[in-house]
Design a protein around this ligand. Sequence first.
Ligand SMILES: CC(C)(COP(=O)(O)OP(=O)(O)OC[C@H]1O[C@@H](n2cnc3c(N)ncnc32)[C@H](O)[C@@H]1OP(=O)(O)O)[C@@H](O)C(=O)NCCC(=O)NCCS
Length: 181
Amino acid sequence: MQTPPEVLNTERLRICRLRMPDADRIFEGWAQDPKVTRYLTWKPHETINDAIAHATRCEADWDNGKRYSWMLEDRASREALGAIAAHPAGHRVGLGYVLKPDACGNGFMTEAVSELTRWFLAQPDVHRIWAICDCENLASARVLERAGFQCEGVLRRWTVHPNVGPEPRDVLCFSIIRSES
Ligand SMILES: CC(C)(COP(=O)(O)OP(=O)(O)OC[C@H]1O[C@@H](n2cnc3c(N)ncnc32)[C@H](O)[C@@H]1OP(=O)(O)O)[C@@H](O)C(=O)NCCC(=O)NCCS
């Protein structure tokens, strides 16, 4: 698969490669918030160093093709609204995403997921885009449904969400596939 674009534009969003200097905006915007991170696999950041380490990993992962991370910005103001990442593995691409609290409720993530899904499914060697969310994370499940993903079912005891508890939890698995013609 070719490397995805560093910048994509939608009607309201600028989706641009996450870089080291974004650590500040990530830390201030959402990474410290326990409500935001409740159903994520990582604990809230305690210091700016956590965000710097995260941004450093994102830069390296992009360069070695392991994971592609973008910031989501308001297209007009360039305000940081959230982030989204895509993890390719053969013909499959997994997605994960986060919005800052005051950006929620506007359909921004549906817009971002739809745009990246469109791009990835246009690649001849990509056949499946997928994402999981905690069974209690109804907002995330709705984002995926609205972006055209189908719920494939429950993966039982699939992921530890450490901000909920130490036990692995059930998640919903969603996917969208290239239709054969
Ligand atoms: C998941 C997330 C990206 C959704 O962001 P969003 O685009 O603002 O989503 P919205 O607030 O517009 O909600 C999307 C849908 O879920 C619904 N919804 C939102 N909160 C809900 C809740 N607590 N219970 C039920 N439905 C809910 C909304 O009504 C909307 O549905 P509709 O389009 O049918 O009206 C955002 O909540 C977030 O960043 N959460 C924290 C990080 C996270 O959980 N990431 C996903 C990990 S899998």
